[in-house]
Structure formats: structure tokens, C-alpha cells
Design a protein around this ligand. Structure first.
Ligand code: ADP
Ligand code: 5GP
Length: 187
């Protein structure tokens, strides 16, 4: 059957993780969430190998030199990237794959794999985005400011995406992502 790569992006705090968590509860039989590598520190509750593979800067840079990444980018002071091998393995297991990555990486994926489907999740407003980011209580003030600045750049890059989904009502956003995946898989 036709297996696809879906890329989900959206400004930090927009609710990508929340939407995807709900999507995966309903669709884990057919979809697999990719586990990225990052040099940022784990948040409380984050587990190495589950949420991310947490690497040192040196380990990450070595992997870049060895051309191990399908895509990678620097975001808010840290490296993030998707290992080629991880994606190959999941495709071999017959799964559709979802990457939850920022926009520079997403556009690299689209260049290498034009058949990949890019979905951008937008907040109902910038004010609501800031409210959610603060409400999550996982970043200090300087990091929040950095992420809000990145948000504006990301919104600009989102024009190159295939679909936009507004995460106002969570249920509606999840249903929209499900509609897009069904349509793209020809179901
Ligand atoms: P991201 O993964 O995009 O950085 P999260 O999934 O961590 O964002 O969500 C950021 C915060 O916004 C969380 O506290 C989450 O509970 C909240 N949130 C997510 N979706 C919604 C929504 N549709 N309405 C209100 N709050 C939401
Ligand atoms: P966070 O630190 O909040 O987990 O993630 C910060 C940003 O990095 C988010 O926009 C997230 O989508 C993105 N990200 C996570 N993994 C990857 C990856 O493998 N590649 C790229 N390019 N971005 C990633």
C-alpha cells in the first residue's frame, strides 16, 4: 500500500503536541511518530529515545558530518534533526510517518521528498499563542521571547505548506488532520 510522510509544523505553543497526541490515540495502527534528535535539555517527564534522542552538540555535529540526517535545523539555540535511518526503518515496517518539526527542516524534507505532505498548525491569534506558551510553564522568559520571535518567521514560511489547520477547538483541529491524511492516502 501507498505509505506517506506527513510533516506537521506550527509555532511553539500552538498545540502541535496536543493535536498529535490525540491523533495518535485514534490512528496508531497506521501512523508512527518520528523520534527526532536534539541538543536541547530534556524537560521533566521527557524520556530519551521516546520524546527525543538527546545528543550533545558534538554528537549532533558528527552526525551532520556523516550525512545521517534527512533534515536538520537550528531552532531557538539548539539543533534538531531527523535521522534518515529512523525513517527508512519505519517505512520498512509498513507505517505512515509523521514528523513534528519546524519549518526550515520541513522545507528541506519537501525538497528531498516532494511527495511529503506539509501541514501547518496556526493559533487562533498571537495573543492566544503567547497565553498557551506561558500556560505550559516549561520555558523561562528569555526562551518564551525567542520562541515568540521565531513564531513570526515560521508563519511566513508556512505559505509553502500544503495545508493549514487552525487549532482553536482541539477536536475540530484533530478531525481536520484526520481528513487531510485520509484524503492524501486515497481512503
Ligand atoms: P506545541 O507542541 O505546539 O509546542 P503544546 O501541545 O505543548 O504545544 O500545547 C501548548 C499549550 O496549549 C498546552 O498547555 C496545551 O494544553 C494547550 N493547548 C493545546 N491545544 C489547545 C486548544 N485547542 N485550546 C486551548 N489550549 C490548547
Ligand atoms: P521543542 O523544543 O518545543 O520540543 O521543539 C522546538 C521546535 O523544534 C518545534 O517547532 C519542533 O517541531 C521542532 N523540532 C522537533 N524535532 C525536530 C526535528 O527533527 N527537525 C526539525 N527541523 N525540527 C524539529
Amino acid at each position: 500500500m501507498n505509505k506517506k510522510l506527513f510533516v506537521i509544523s506550527g509555532c511553539s505553543g500552538v498545540g502541535k503536541g496536543t493535536v498529535l497526541n490525540e491523533f495518535m490515540k485514534r490512528n496508531s495502527d497506521k501512523f508512527m511518530l518520528s523520534v527526532s534528535c536534539t541538543t536541547r535539555s530534556p524537560r521533566p517527564n521527557e524520556v530519551d529515545g521516546v520524546n527525543y534522542f538527546f545528543l550533545s552538540c558534538e554528537e549532533f555535529e558528527n552526525a551532520v558530518k556523516e550525512d545521517k540526517f534527512l533534515e536538520y535545523a537550528q531552532f531557538a539555540g539548539n539543533y534538531y534533526g531527523t535521522k534518515k535511518k529512523f525513517i527508512e526503518q519505519k517505512f520498512n515496517q509498513g507505517m505512515n510517518i509523521i514528523l513534528e518539526i519546524e519549518t526550515q527542516g520541513a522545507l528541506q524534507v519537501k525538497e528531498k521528498m516532494p511527495e511529503a505532505v506539509l501541514i501547518f498548525i496556526v493559533p487562533p491569534s498571537i495573543e492566544e499563542l503567547e497565553h498557551r506558551l506561558r500556560g505550559r510553564n516549561t520555558e523561562d522568559e528569555a526562551t518564551i521571547q525567542r520562541r515568540l520571535n521565531e513564531a513570526k518567521i515560521e508563519l511566513e514560511r508556512s505559505k509553502k505548506y500544503d495545508y493549514t489547520v487552525i487549532n482553536d477547538d482541539l477536536e475540530r483541529a484533530v478531525l481536520q488532520v484526520e481528513d487531510i491524511t485520509r484524503k492524501e492516502l486515497g481512503e
